[in-house]
Design a protein around this ligand. Sequence first.
Ligand code: PRP
Length: 187
Amino acid sequence: MTESLPLTPEATMAEPAIRVMFTAQQIAARVREMGLQIARDLEGQHPLFIGVLKGACMFQCDLARATPLDVTLDFLSVSSYGAGTTSSGTVRLISDLRNDIAGAHVVLCEGVVDSGLTLSFILDLLRARQPASVRVATLLDKVPCRKTPVPVDYAGWRIGSEFVIGYGMDAAERYRNLPFVGVIEES
Ligand code: PRP
């Protein structure tokens, strides 16, 4: 059985369960700005963009395309949320990087930083491997939800405690391919 997903903001107007928070156009414009900022900060370097799967997949690729430097890509897979909408508090490494990051200028790409537990776990893991530098870029920063302090160098937007979907982010694995960021409204 197939389900039809609301793939455009227009279609979402007819799907009252999802409210658009940031349109695809807003996201593209903000990601372009972030890429240029990163290029200024890492001028002359060849940064390694590490995406935290799966939520960062869209953001990482768009950010890399928006960064006019010689960028390489790698991926980490961790999980803390499972099928729920709140963090279990336990972060698990599901798959590791392919690259040795010693001496690399790393830009860690996240879709959303919430409690900070995932980011804290990953930063510990990466720093132990002695990169030249680590910067954190996230599309969304849920500042009020922090349970542990973590550094965020580049944030697309600071938001509240809304559970966000789309542009890589999911609810029980659905909605990752929406081109916008939205919120499932309580019915
Ligand atoms: C989400 C998100 C971040 C993490 C942030 O990942 O992509 O990685 O939660 O939450 P935290 O700051 O409270 O730790 P999730 O575990 O849902 O997996 P996913 O990326 O595969 O969707």
